[in-house]
Design a protein around this ligand. Structure first.
Ligand code: LLP
Length: 466
């Protein structure tokens, strides 16, 4: 095989440019190849990082994270005449360091559980980012919030996306009992189809989330009578990992219709939340729109929809998750053994798998791979990357072209910042990996590796068993 750039991992590397949209890149923006032909991210040699912090290891590029946040924030300023606020769908990766970095860039938070609310609030308190400043930037989601979660949200003064009748009635009761005004947004199911995996499609009629359109008149009538519930806005989210822009135009029209109706009911409407969903590049053939294109589409669609209905421009809220964090991170593994089945397949095993990245087994997601210590070596064979779990389906990547590898090489799976750590498990009692934040040659641990002690921390042995 010819040694051309096309045939090596060099093709993934681009000169650093903060105008590139991170969600369109396979590697974090700071990625380069250093003099030893090693992958370098945030000025840190990935092989050295793995020597210091072990594998499996999530490596987060701070610059990429900040640039994604700034591109979202600045594009809304550029393309929308009204107020806007980007909130991070923290389900993508909820940990204190990421929360703190995004908050420092002016991003708010979409949290879906007491745990995400607690983590985010704690991060903001510890980073001294002024909880009072962020308070009206936290929104609680969820289709089955517990009473305790609702109380925590009320006490933390965050806004609540109301999903269903039970929750509406519970909130009316709690806010009245506490004599505390609560700001809510009503989540509706917009009935919009988009092309993504069925598990991550949320906008179609057959969805567990939100009120159906035919319930909304009754909801607005109910809300008018509630002294402590301020219905300040509407919310909808159509799905995740979406490359099309048209569904966002359709969504703006549906939301604006209902926004106008809610105003007609006399509700104190001021916010419209269009959800998240912008896809990222996982493979060379993926071609998502840029952050700027997505924002421009949303802003234009909402502006036109409001003008057409003669309603004032609402504060425009968006809640990206994947496209804020996904491309900032890679996962590094150590290559182990290989199994060659002649004329069938060659498996290469690594020291992680479905416990640190459950997306391939859950959604048949595809990923690109590089070998951090062989960045300029030509691809010479097609292999399948197997995780180390006792499960045949634990395959990270099928049939990928790689250079000749041997045990001890550092294999890196790209674009793993979103829905990897946040969905990680301890299956087979694997300790969850560490995560390290890199920037300008500095590497800081942001999540420590679990220990065997951690694995038994929650276990109890009743006294009659000992
Ligand atoms: N807002 C709501 C109400 C959501 O349900 C979601 C994602 C988002 C915002 C953020 O969407 P994003 O910008 O990240 O596409 N575990 C799946 C993805 C589940 C998405 C759940 N909701 C995966 O790994 O692909």
């Amino acid at each position: 095989m010819l040694l051309t750039e096309k045939n090596t991992s060099e093709r993934f590397i681009k000169p650093f440019n903060s105008n590139l949209s991170p969600n369109q890149q396979l590697l974090p923006l700071s990625a380069t190849i250093n003099g030893q032909n090693h992958l370098e991210i945030g000025g840190c040699d990935v092989v050295e990082l793995t020597e210091k912090f072990g594998t499996s290891l999530y490596i987060v590029d701070e610059q990429t994270l900040r640039i994604s946040a700034r591109q979202y924030r600045d594009a809304f300023k550029q393309f929308y005449e009204g107020e806007s606020q980007v909130i991070y769908a923290s389900k993508a990766w909820c940990c204190m360091a990421i929360a703190s970095i995004l908050a420092s860039e002016g991003i708010g938070f979409d949290v879906v559980s007491g745990g995400e609310l607690y983590t985010t609030t704690k991060a903001l308190e510890m980073s001294d980012l002024g909880t009072e400043k962020i308070q009206n930037k936290i929104y609680l989601h969820g289709n089955n919030k517990s009473v305790a979660e609702l109380e925590l949200a009320i006490d933390s003064q965050c806004k609540i996306m109301v999903d269903n009748w039970l929750e509406l009635e519970t909130l009316a009761r709690l806010s009245a009992a506490k004599q505390t005004p609560v700001s809510i947004l009503v989540r509706l199911t917009p009935g919009i189809e988009c092309h993504t995996h069925e598990y991550i499609r949320t906008g179609s009629i057959d969805s567990k989330f939100g009120f159906d359109a035919n319930q909304l008149d009754a909801v607005f009538t109910f809300l008018k009578e509630q002294p402590f519930l301020n219905c300040i806005g509407l919310h909808a989210h159509i799905g995740s990992q979406i490359f099309e822009l048209q569904p966002h135009n359709d969504l703006a029209a549906v939301l604006a219709d209902w926004y106008k109706k809610a105003l007609d009911y006399g509700l104190p409407m001021e916010e419209l939340n269009v959800g998240g969903g912008l896809g990222i590049r996982y493979t060379e053939s993926d071609d998502p729109p840029s952050i700027e294109e997505w924002v421009q589409t949303v802003c234009k669609a909402v502006t036109i929809a409001c003008q057409d209905r003669d309603i004032p421009l609402p504060k425009l809220i968006s809640e990206p998750g994947r496209s804020l964090v996904g491309s900032s991170t890679v996962t590094a593994y150590t290559v182990g053994g290989r199994k060659v089945i002649p004329n069938v397949r060659t498996y290469i095993s690594v020291d992680g798998g479905m416990s640190d990245n459950p997306r391939p087994i859950t959604y048949q997601s595809l990923y690109e791979v590089v070998i951090a210590n062989k960045m300029t070596c030509a691809n010479v064979e097609t292999v399948t990357i197997a995780g180390k779990h006792c499960e045949s389906g634990d395959i990270l990547v099928k049939n990928i072209d790689l250079p000749q590898t041997k045990p001890g090489d550092i294999l890196v799976v790209l674009s793993t910042g979103a829905y990897n750590y946040s969905m990680a498990s301890n299956y087979n009692r694997l300790a969850r990996p560490a995560a390290v934040l890199v920037n300008e040659g500095e590497a800081n641990l942001i999540i420590r590796r679990e220990t065997y002690e951690d694995l038994v921390k929650q276990d109890l042995l009743p006294s009659r068993l000992v």
